[in-house]
Design a protein around this ligand. Sequence first.
Ligand SMILES: Cc1cc2nc3c(=O)[nH]c(=O)nc-3n(C[C@H](O)[C@H](O)[C@H](O)COP(=O)(O)OP(=O)(O)OC[C@H]3O[C@@H](n4cnc5c(N)ncnc54)[C@H](O)[C@@H]3O)c2cc1C
Length: 286
Amino acid sequence: MDGLPSSYVPARIVRRQDHTESLATFWLRPERRIGFRPGQYVTLALPGEDGRWIKRPYSVLSAPHEDVLELFVECVDGGALTPCLFEQHEGDDVGVRGRAAGAFARDNERTHHVMACTVTGIAPFLSMLRDARQRGETGHRYLVLYGASHPDDLGPYASELAALAREADVTGVATVSRPWEAEGWTGETGRVEDVLRKHLDARGWDPREAAGYGCGNPAMVQNVLGVLRRAGFSADHLHEEAYFPDAGETTPAEAPPAAPPARRQGVPMTPPGGVVLKTAPRPPGA
Ligand SMILES: Cc1cc2nc3c(=O)[nH]c(=O)nc-3n(C[C@H](O)[C@H](O)[C@H](O)COP(=O)(O)OP(=O)(O)OC[C@H]3O[C@@H](n4cnc5c(N)ncnc54)[C@H](O)[C@@H]3O)c2cc1C
């Protein structure tokens, strides 16, 4: 990678999995190992058309014990970096800064963790959960709310959450905000911030033992933190990682259109409890 800034190292894309046209997971093997704490991000660099390097942060989804960096990335229409990244294939190299960064981490002063995220915002939470599982840790409880417009935007990670929930003290709730476009969806419906309170109340946790986290869409993050504050969570134990600046718009509640559009096919069933076990690729042209 000619001209790669000196603080960056080449990283080989050892695997790529596309979940939809605009969502993919990239597994990277940097030329030298990059240490990180669960919740931190790495910065990717790719050359732009004008010869300057475009750099953007991405939360690491894998846990520190894994030998590759797993990144779950959404391709942003008109974005500077992601359309270039989505042109890269297995065997190609990207630049990655040699040092991970970020203060988003599990709050170890608390034992109960309420984690809310949209789409790629699941990354830091899965890193924390994989890490806790690998260390065989006990004594912590997690409620993870994972939202997207459509089930296929949850990638394979709602299934992973469901698997973790079967063996650890994790409750995973996947929710879709456009269920009228998801035939067969029997999981939770609505935006993360709209269903959070119901699931929180069902746990009955003492807010003095709990920390809250929001990651992903900035409007969702603010709404979630507001719900948690009103539920008695201390501001010192609310943590946020917004992925892009808030455009200043309020996100209107999603409502089904008067005449439902063509339904998406092939969306899998969910078990009772609202955790998705499996997602299906978006049908072509959808
Ligand atoms: C700490 C941190 C961790 C991050 N982790 C991830 C991650 O794990 N996966 C991931 O996909 N992204 C993540 N992001 C976002 C990522 O850094 C880029 O902002 C994003 O990929 C867009 O880059 P771009 O160069 O293609 O678009 P840009 O040229 O930077 O942005 C173009 C426009 O799109 C807006 N925008 C950026 N992202 C989105 C989006 N997702 N939806 C709607 N509008 C958007 C921008 O505000 C801007 O107006 C993270 C951001 C931060 C700050």
